[in-house]
Design a protein around this ligand. Sequence first.
Ligand SMILES: [Zn+2]
Length: 88
Amino acid sequence: MSASVPTIGQTVDESACAEAERRLQEYVDRCLTREQVVAIEAHLAACPRCSNCYAFEQEVRAHVRAACAEPCPEALKLRLRKLCTDCE
Ligand SMILES: [Zn+2]
């Protein structure tokens, strides 16, 4: 099945989606030029699929950041230290 069925209402250019997906990481990392940011933001506003992708990407980042910010609990450190000495 290679025939592309045009969707009713807005049509989203699939090559624009591929481009947006490729740039999404850089966009989240704020590594894009002003023009690229404008282009991807326009696409995200028009394309629910990519904007979902972006929301997910941001959520993942938030979790990673939270996990990194959390200090290692003292109890866990003690257990790890004990584990190390047990193995020696
Ligand atoms: Zn898209």
